[in-house]
Design a protein around this ligand. Sequence first.
Ligand code: AMP
Ligand code: MN
Ligand code: MN
Ligand code: MN
Length: 296
Amino acid sequence: MSRIDLHTHSNASDGSDSPGEIVKKAVAANLSAVALTDHDTVGGIPEFLDAAKAFPDLEAIPGVEISTVFGNREMHIVGLFLNASNEILTAFLEEMRNNRKIRNEAIRIKLNSLGYPLSYDHPDLAAAGDTASIGRPHFARALMTSYGFSSIQTVFDKLLKRGCPAYVQRVLPDPIRAFEAIHASGGITVWAHPIYRQRNERAWARRIMKRFTPLGLDAVEGFYSLFGPGETQMITELAEIYGLAVSGGSDYHGENSPNIKIGVGAGKLCVPAELLPHLKGISKNKISRSTDLQIQ
Ligand code: AMP
Ligand code: MN
Ligand code: MN
Ligand code: MN
């Protein structure tokens, strides 16, 4: 059975591979489709689509991942099949990136007062391209290189995780704003990594699906690197109840999460290609609906 991966990050956000390398690794992993879903940016999409032209058997899907907040919890929304040059989407992402830039400066100031001064010229921060593209993994790598931390995870656990001394909360939008921006660009919306494994979160997942399906949520990730068969079954059942499609992906970040590989996650992930026609069907309906609206 052929497999797909609809959640990956390149060095346009906090992954370590270029968009072209993502394409090559997807081909090497025998995937029939791969989506590039960088945080708050579609900057890697042109290179990604260009690189994929050399591999007609691989479907390259333009995507994005947007962090949003509901209650006191983050909800990450992946957009798939979008038009990366749509102006409503790019203006929205610009706003997200500006909030990220402000948050990054606040982290830098905190690190400075904690005794870990870093400049944006540091190679691990400069690797992001610009300060709006820096994510916490870039800070973690810079602290590892310059201050002797043993791993990215150690830096997160000591400094960067929520509740730690250098953590700064970023201003995040309501999920509905992310739905609107993604739909405006012809894309579909996916609730990414809906639950944490090892916790009983059925009630939470139910509540979110019930609330957000009528408000523009199209799909949910039922297949994810950190899920076992129990999580996949639970999410798939709930998706069916609420009329959501099922998506899935590894959340690949290259060397920034070394245990996760493209297409296979931590080893056991297998996102079936059979999910794709349903997801694409939603996408086509959205496009014809937005065309209807323009004609009226
Ligand atoms: P940011 O969007 O800049 O706040 O960074 C969030 C990113 O950091 C996530 O997308 C993950 O790649 C990574 N991350 C978040 N929490 C952790 C954690 N506890 N341990 C390691 N990496 C994390
Ligand atoms: Mn990330
Ligand atoms: Mn996420
Ligand atoms: Mn992700």
